[in-house]
Design a protein around this ligand. Structure first.
Ligand code: TYD
Ligand code: MG
Length: 474
C-alpha cells in the first residue's frame, strides 16, 4: 500500500524546509513565509512516477527558421538605437525613471507613431486621468493619432479590454505599480501585486504577439521599485535618466535580450514633447566656458557613437580636516584613485584641497578612457591654468600612472575634428591610422607627461598661482 505523500513547509524567502508550520522561519527570520508543499521527492517512485507522462518538446537547430525576431521600427531613431533596431512583437519592455523625467511623454510619442503607421495601440493610464493624457497629447500635437486610451488599474479589466476587438500591436501600461489584481490581498505597488500583474501581462503579450511596454517607478537609489523581480520577467529594461535642471534626457538599456546594452539615446525635452538629438556632442558642449581653468573636453564613446563632453573640475584649498570630494556624472571611487595616482606618480598633491568634478550636461560617464580628461581638468584647476580650448583628451590611466589605449580611437578623433577641435591628447599605445584626420596629436605614455606639460607644480598650493590665470597651456 502506497504511503500518503508527506507534506513539508518551505520558506518562500530563503527556501529552508521545515516539517511543521511556524509563524516565523527559523532560518532567515522572515515572518509568515512558510507555505505547505507536498514532498514528492521524499517518496521515490511513488509521487514522481505517477505524475502525467511528459510531452516531448520539439527540438530545433541553432539556424533561424523564418524571421522570428521581426522588429517594428518605433519611428523614433534614438529609441530604435537603444532597443537594437525597434520593438520586437511579443516582447516585454520595462522603462524606468524618476517622476517627471518624461516617461509618459516618450510613450505617448511612441504610441502615436505606431498608431499613425496603422497599428493598433492600447494605452492604459493608471496614473493620470484621460483628460490629463488628452491635454498632453493636445500640447504635443498628437490628438489625431488613433490611440485607444483607457484609465484602468484593475488587471482583470485590462485583460478583458485587451481581449476585445482587433489584436493590439502595442500595449502600454503606465505604470505597473498602479495595477492590482482582485485575487490578491496586497496593496497596489507591493511586490506581490507588481509581480502578479507583470506575469499576467507578459503571458498575454507572448501568447498574442503584442509588444508590451511597462512603465516602472524607480526608488530613491535608482532601482525599479517592486524590485529586481520584474526586471527578470521582461525582455528589455530601459532607464530614462537626466537632470531635471537640464533639458537633456538619456535613454539607456540595462538589459536587452534582442540587442546590445551599451547604446544610449539622447533626447531634449522641449515645449512640444521630446525632441531627438542626432548629434549630442554639440548639445553637451553648447555652453562651455573654454577659457576657465578646470575645463577639459573628453572624447568619449557610448556604444558605437562618439560623444564629446566637458569635464569640469574645481580644486580649492580646504578648510576641513578631511577635504571634500564630490562627483557628479562620474564614479567617486575612480576620482579617488585618479587623485592618488596623480599624487604618487606626478607629485601633485590634493591632500589640502577640496575637489569637485562635474560632467556637464547631466551625462553619466562609465568609460575608463575618461581618466585622462579628468586628470587634465584636475591639474588645470589646481594649477589655475586654462587648457587649450580646442583640444580633446581620452585615455585610461592605470595605477602605475601609465596611459593605456582606448577603443574606437579613430571614431573619437573624427568626431572631435567634425566639431572643430584641432588637437587631441591620447595614449601612445594602440594602433591608430590617423592619416586622414587633420588633428595635431599628442600621444602620452604616462600621466606625468600631462602634469609636466601643464606645469602643475608639485605640492604648491593653488593660491600661489592665482591671478596669473594664463589662457593657454605652454
Ligand atoms: P512626464 O512624461 O509626465 O514624466 P513621467 O511620466 O516620467 O513622470 O513629463 C513630465 C515633465 O515633462 C513635466 O515636468 C513637463 C515636461 N514636459 C515638457 O517640458 N514638454 C512637453 O511637451 C511635455 C509633454 C512635458
Ligand atoms: Mg508619467
Amino acid at each position: 500500500m502506497a504511503k500518503p505523500a508527506k507534506s513539508q513547509f518551505v520558506c518562500q524567502s530563503c527556501g529552508a524546509v521545515a516539517s511543521r508550520w511556524a509563524g516565523k522561519c527559523v532560518a532567515c527570520g522572515e515572518w509568515n513565509s512558510l507555505i505547505e508543499e507536498s514532498d514528492v521527492a521524499a517518496a521515490p517512485g511513488s509521487g514522481l512516477a505517477r505524475t502525467s507522462k511528459g510531452r516531448a518538446a520539439k527540438l530545433e537547430t541553432l539556424a533561424r527558421s523564418g524571421d522570428t525576431t521581426r522588429r517594428l521600427p518605433t519611428g523614433l531613431a534614438e529609441l530604435d538605437r537603444v532597443t537594437g533596431g525597434g520593438i520586437v512583437p511579443g516582447s516585454a519592455l520595462l522603462i524606468g525613471g524618476e517622476p517627471g523625467i518624461g516617461k509618459s511623454t516618450l510613450l505617448l510619442q511612441l504610441g502615436a507613431a505606431f498608431a499613425r503607421a496603422g497599428r493598433r495601440v492600447v494605452y492604459f493610464s493608471g496614473e493620470e486621468a484621460a483628460a490629463q493624457v488628452q491635454l498632453r497629447a493636445d500640447r504635443m500635437g498628437l490628438s489625431d493619432a488613433p490611440i485607444s486610451l483607457a484609465c484602468e488599474t484593475n488587471l482583470a479589466n485590462i485583460l478583458a479590454t485587451l481581449g476585445e476587438g482587433r489584436r493590439p500591436d502595442l500595449v502600454v501600461v503606465d505604470s505597473i505599480q498602479t495595477l492590482w489584481a482582485d485575487a490578491l490581498d496586497a496593496a497596489p505597488g507591493t511586490v506581490t501585486q507588481v509581480r502578479a500583474a507583470t506575469q499576467s501581462l507578459v503571458r498575454y503579450a507572448k501568447a498574442q504577439g503584442a509588444a508590451l511596454v511597462l512603465v516602472g517607478h524607480v526608488t530613491k537609489d535608482g532601482q525599479i521599485a517592486g524590485p529586481k523581480v520584474i526586471e527578470h520577467m521582461v525582455d528589455t529594461v530601459l532607464y530614462f535618466e537626466g537632470d531635471r535642471g537640464h533639458a537633456f534626457r538619456i535613454l539607456r538599456a540595462a538589459k536587452n535580450r534582442f540587442g546590445a546594452t551599451d547604446e544610449i539615446g539622447v533626447f531634449e525635452m522641449a515645449a512640444g514633447g521630446l525632441r531627438e538629438v542626432a548629434n549630442p556632442s554639440e548639445l553637451f558642449l553648447g555652453d562651455r566656458q573654454a577659457s576657465t581653468p578646470g575645463s577639459a573636453v573628453f572624447a568619449g564613446v557610448e556604444g558605437t557613437r562618439p560623444i564629446l563632453v566637458e569635464m569640469q573640475a574645481l580644486v580649492v584649498p580646504s578648510g576641513l580636516g578631511t577635504p571634500r570630494r564630490a562627483v557628479v556624472g562620474w564614479d567617486a571611487n575612480r576620482l579617488s584613485m585618479l587623485l592618488a595616482v596623480i599624487d604618487a606618480r606626478c607629485g601633485v598633491s590634493f591632500a589640502q584641497h577640496d575637489v569637485y568634478l562635474n560632467v556637464a550636461g547631466g551625462l553619466k560617464i562609465a568609460e575608463p578612457a575618461a581618466d585622462l580628461a579628468a586628470a587634465a581638468a584636475l591639474l588645470s584647476s589646481i594649477g589655475n591654468v586654462a587648457l587649450a580650448p580646442d583640444r580633446v583628451y581620452f585615455g585610461e590611466v592605470s595605477l602605475s600612472g601609465a596611459v593605456r589605449p582606448a577603443g574606437h580611437m579613430l571614431a573619437r578623433l573624427k568626431e572631435a575634428r567634425k566639431l572643430g577641435f584641432t588637437e587631441a591628447v591620447l595614449p601612445a599605445a594602440g594602433e591608430l591610422d590617423a592619416q586622414g584626420v587633420k588633428l595635431a596629436l599628442t600621444r602620452l605614455s604616462h600621466v606625468r607627461e600631462l602634469a609636466e606639460a601643464l606645469e602643475a607644480h608639485p605640492r604648491k598650493p593653488a593660491g600661489v598661482r592665482r591671478g596669473s590665470n594664463r589662457e593657454t597651456m605652454p
